[in-house]
Design a protein around this ligand. Sequence first.
Ligand code: SF4
Length: 668
Amino acid sequence: MSSETLSTSCVLDCPDTCSLEVTVEDGVIAKIDAAFDSGNPVTNDFICSKVRHFAKRVYHEDRLLHPMRRVGAKGSGAFTPISWDEAIEEVASRLGAIRDEHGGEAILPYYYGGSNGFMTDEFVDSIFFARLGASRLGKTICAAPTSAVAEDMYGKMAGVAFPDYVEADAILIWGANPKASNIHLIPYLREAKSRGAFIAVVDPVRQLSKDLVDLHLPVFPGADLPLALGMIDHWSKEGKLDRDFIEQHALGLEPLLKAASSWPLEKAAAEAGVDEVKLRELADRFASASRALLRCGWGLERNQNGGQAVAAVMAIPALLGKFGQRGSGFTLSNSGAGRMDDSQIWDRASWQTRVINMTELSVVLNTPPDPPIRGLFVFNCNPVATVPDQNGIIQGLSRDDLFTVVSEQVMTDTARYADIVLPATTFLEHRELKLSYGNYVVGATEPVIEPRGEARTNIALFSALGRAMGFTDEAFRWSEDDAREKIIAAIRLNGKPVSAEPLRAGKFHGYDFDGPAPIQFENVFPATPGGKIQLTPECLGERPYHYDPVRSEFPLALISPATSKTVSSTLGEFNLPELRATLHPGDAEPRGIKSGDRVRVFNELGEVMCHARVDERVRAGVVHIPKGAWMKSSLNQRVSTALTPTHVNVVAGGACFNDARVEVERLG
Ligand code: SF4
């Protein structure tokens, strides 16, 4: 038996970007573990259970091994294998015919790529769709409002590195659950706590243990904005704002303070459904800490007030002047500290077709724009499971006049609606370069096994399609090696080029911050005009910090957060077999619901039938159904997205999952 241990990196949608060691026996993955003593800044010799078991996806019975053509009704899952040559020829000719008859904009590439990197997302695929004249996609399903605020307010200034959390005196975690994603933050939180740090969490669900968290504020979904404004008003009245810092480094204070003045602490606490005494304690302890650190997550953006809420929360460190020391400041996404400048590779700005918001897929497919979408190419994405209005998306994908291609690793809920299914490689079978959005590294993967079956990389797929359609760009003739070298040459980390060796070896490349890590307003600064923090950023629109609560006849707020079981919907094929709707005892008892009961969760958009869990960790007035579940996990083939609306955030058009309002009833 041959056995070898190979280095690679985890590129899944997680801030940690771990260094991995994979043991391969006779060409088969036997074990996935942390790379020990790798020097990776945060891996610290352990990884999550999700990736430990990723081989179950690689070898799953639903793994796609060959190109296939649909032979049954859409959604039936009836396909017949075809060769890659046939598949490429058919996809190229069908897309070409749609372009010729309806125009290129009748074709929509649909992708997200949270678990992809520079090589497999928005690279050769984008060049292909640009040449086709296809519609462009607004990537709004996650992180659009936070990204817009981070850009406009701070110019995406590099955030506090996770290892520096141990230096903080107070840590405020708002809308993030490091237990589900970002588990490497937990040991740093524990160490900070052991050194005496005060740790507070704002989240509708108590996710972290009581021994770690000093204060938990179970905010009602969507009420983060009044909560943050209430704290700001309190600090303003108490003279806690750092006026000198604001004067020197920030603009746009007055509109923020004016909005905050409408939310005295008592009113803010009532609107958010939290204890006023606790809110005051949080505000006072955070403001009085010398090194105060904000971990802003993505949970608070998932509602129609989300962009405004993110801005109010992200303004906090500036208002209090909490910068300039290790362990002080904020972390949101750290991806802005690095980039891949592909302007030498292709002219991205030359692709100027219409933009379609990915959150509105069901609307676009069922209430067609002009021209209607006739060709849909889905890759790096599983919209039937993850995008709002599941019923509408299924209805749209069932259209006879829609040609749908899905490139995937396993037979997902979306792939079942494809006309042509194409088998895709996993990150253990292809090369990748991933700019982490948490850990300060670029992680590189090297294939640890041969691609299963006939699975192909995205570069191989889109370059073959480009050649088949007669496009002459050099990119469509690149090998994987060529592509990787082009990207490595274009990567800049904190403005500096990288050396290729570690990235060619499946390892990682760190940053140089003129010191071991960024210290905000000491060695990293806002990349905004004039270097000023914009406390009322333009992206907030015409009514900055305006609060608009959801009004609905349905009494309970539905949230669908990430869990430790899946990465978006990846791994849902085996790791989330039974869907549960979790309610607070105060909501369950009047409805006669006990743990284990079969329940129907419903609203005007649809219904989800599953089992109930009664748990006081979910706040009253809220139903929790996990993100990323597959149709087969529920009793009626529907998941949380069947209940989520398609309206979008005024900030960057972000998805509003947490605006879903529902009722729950026990099934007999
Ligand atoms: S998902 Fe996150 S914690 Fe798990 S191995 Fe990947 S980077 Fe590490």
